[in-house]
Design a binder for this molecule. Sequence first.
Ligand code: PMP
Length: 385
Amino acid sequence: SKAATNIQPSLTRKLFNMAKEYEDVIDFTLGDPDIPTPTPIKEAGCKAIMENKTRYSQNAGLIDLRQAIANYIFKKEQLTYSPENEILVSVGAMEGLYLSLLATIDPGDEVIIPAPYYVNYKQMVEMCGGVPVIVEDYDHIKEFKCSVNKIKEAITPKTVAIILNTPCNPTGKIFSQEFISQIAEVSKEKNLMVITDEVYKSLVYNGNMRPKSIASLPDMKERTIFINSLSKEFCMTGWRIGYVAANREIITAMTKLQENVAACAPLPSQYAAIEALRTDIDYSTEMATVFKNRRDVLMETLSRTKKIKPATVDATFYAMIDISKTDMKSEEFAYELLKRKQVAVVPGIAYGKICDDFIRIAFTLDESKIREGMNRLVTFVEELN
Ligand code: PMP
């Protein structure tokens, strides 16, 4: 099909696959935490399997899980959604995003994606017959910001939505509250839907910096599709549970589409998710501390060289490293680094042309591997002419 032919395999996967060809490789490509799913959550999943809760559920997901999600969103965001018709359980945030776009886009409709962006957004918009409009702001790339004016300039009569991702993969940055408010105003003025991907929200290192969702700003709940997931927050990437909260019309449409895409999210995983969301144990603060400490190890090791410069990281487990002082662009840098030092990273260009002077590191490995990998990276750049 044209859709399949047009889709480029991502550079993240390419480098991940290439890394497999080397022994003693240190692989910083994938954003997949190395920390096991907490035991009580695993037990809830196992119990569900042993009790033969292994069949289909309702398309929108178990009502008990939707209720747990509604309570959780209320606790974290002070937003009220009805479990009956404003919440959908998806197969990871990934399928939630895809169904959101399917429910929003008609062929030829444009969707604004500020760069740097999560690679799959562009492909998904295309899979839905839409046109991704990548907004790149060269004046603010060093801070990974995209000005609201640039975004406004990219809006046409065909624009139907904008995708926001805060905290952001690949940059580890949190959008300022001012930026979020301005986007809210633009979306109201231009009648756009906002698809907000907040899967890294639990991994904000300093709780005071936790951003307010755009959905909670005045008159925004109706036009916002709020996407989250248990993947990163509870170390459950393989369980495939995400969720979407939006207005009734959107969730009804998405539930109808769900029947034809995945039918429902995996049932044992849904029971595990109920346990994760209902418990009083605060898993995410613990996780955020783990990644903050790893970030510190990364920054400290890289401070040994002046030839490359990591950008500051406030959340997630990603760091962008400025390689502009070497005379390589991001792809060549990544291939050479892998070949010479067996360290796998993602070329920045994967996240937009504007990121060609950066590489991305996912620090989902333990501290000793991070130190070893960053030492190899420092040696690599010091050995360059
Ligand atoms: N959004 C972003 C920004 C991500 O980084 C990821 C996972 N890498 C996802 C969505 C998908 O997460 P899930 O495992 O919940 O499908």
